[in-house]
Design a protein around this ligand. Structure first.
Ligand SMILES: NC(=O)c1ccc[n+]([C@@H]2O[C@H](COP(=O)([O-])OP(=O)(O)OC[C@H]3O[C@@H](n4cnc5c(N)ncnc54)[C@H](OP(=O)(O)O)[C@@H]3O)[C@@H](O)[C@H]2O)c1
Length: 294
């Protein structure tokens, strides 16, 4: 694709390893079409040893930037010229924005989760209790979003020490809300308004779950269970949450919102999240998260 004067269309990329499975090209191509802007988006497999060269290539004229996925989200930090507050706090970059030869790192997973939770009907009450499952980069993005939204967070992880490291990083005795790390049996299930699965348990495995179903029965009736995993469309965690009478959503909404926010950072265009969700559906992703709760 090229502009009428012959200059090449703006380009954006995904750097990941592996990259072939990604649904990001379909989302961003749909967004360029919806915005009426020329542009290309290409998923590239970039092994860790090639990351520095790939990032350096983003400084070329005509490049908008790139999304970063596993295993590059943390490794890219020292390769960039500046970082957003979210990227610095989370310690991970999923979106690189190129402007005039300089590269700015951002994290749109965190606000993407916030927006997906709102779409899923989560009511943001000051000081509400949220349990986050997992302690990797996705959990850190979740904790960042939840603390910014004045939620009290308990991190539960298979390896407790990693949850404790997150609690230590967010420790602020002067804050109104806190991050606590606890083993599952000690977590405050009875008072939780939201459970976010930010672990990779259940990914591509309908029989795997990060949580014994007995804990789900301790949650109040109105609790929302949000699973960042979206393959399969209904994870075992979601299935068991629904069986316990709870509302459950998969992570497609977050995937769509993080892409929407990245696209906005590159182009300035406000493309509705529906465009990204429809592209995911057309690409064969399971029906969008909205409206799936029982
Ligand atoms: N929907 C979206 O847009 C979106 C965005 C970002 C990430 N995600 C998803 O979020 C998930 C986590 O991503 P990540 O980058 O944070 O991964 P990560 O850094 O590899 O962390 C994985 C976490 O999952 C835990 N875990 C793995 N297998 C488990 C099991 N069988 N039972 C219990 N816990 C288990 C690990 O526990 P240990 O610490 O004990 O190893 C760790 O805390 C992935 O499925 C990813 O696809 C979705």
């Amino acid at each position: 694709m090229s502009l009428p004067d012959g200059t090449p269309a703006p380009r954006a990329f995904l750097f990941a390893d592996p990259a072939a499975h990604s649904l990001s090209p379909q989302m961003h191509r749909a967004a360029f079409a919806h915005a009426g802007q020329p542009g290309t988006y290409e998923a590239r497999r970039v092994p860790p040893a090639d990351l520095a060269a790939a990032i350096a290539g983003l400084r070329a004229p005509g490049v908008l930037g790139a999304n970063l996925s596993l295993p590059h989200k943390e490794a890219a930090l020292p390769l960039l010229d500046s970082l957003s507050g979210a990227a610095r706090a989370v310690g991970a970059v999923n979106t690189v924005v190129h402007r005039d030869g300089r590269l700015h790192g951002d994290n749109t997973d965190s606000p993407g989760l916030r927006d997906a939770l709102s779409d899923a009907g989560y009511i943001w009450e000051q000081g509400a209790g949220v349990i986050v499952l997992g302690a990797g980069g996705a959990a850190r993005a979740a904790v960042h979003a939840l603390i910014r939204a004045q939620q009290n967070v308990t991190v539960v992880n298979r390896t407790l020490e990693r949850a404790q490291a997150i609690a230590a990083d967010w420790h602020d005795p002067d804050a109104d809300v806190q991050v606590t790390a606890l083993p599952a049996h000690a977590a405050p299930w009875e008072s939780a308004a939201l459970v976010v699965n930010a672990s990779s348990a259940g990914l591509n495995d309908p029989d795997q779950t990060p949580l014994d179903a007995a804990f789900l029965t301790r949650l109040p009736a109105g609790t929302l269970v949000y699973d960042m995993v979206y393959k399969p469309a209904e994870t075992r965690l979601m299935r068991e949450a629904r069986a316990a009478g709870l509302s459950a959503h998969n992570g497609l909404g977050m995937l769509a919102h993080q892409a929407r926010l990245a696209f906005h950072a590159w182009t300035g265009a406000d493309v509705p999240v529906r465009v990204f969700l429809d592209a995911l559906t057309r690409a064969g992703a399971p029906a969008a998260a909205q409206g799936q709760d029982t």
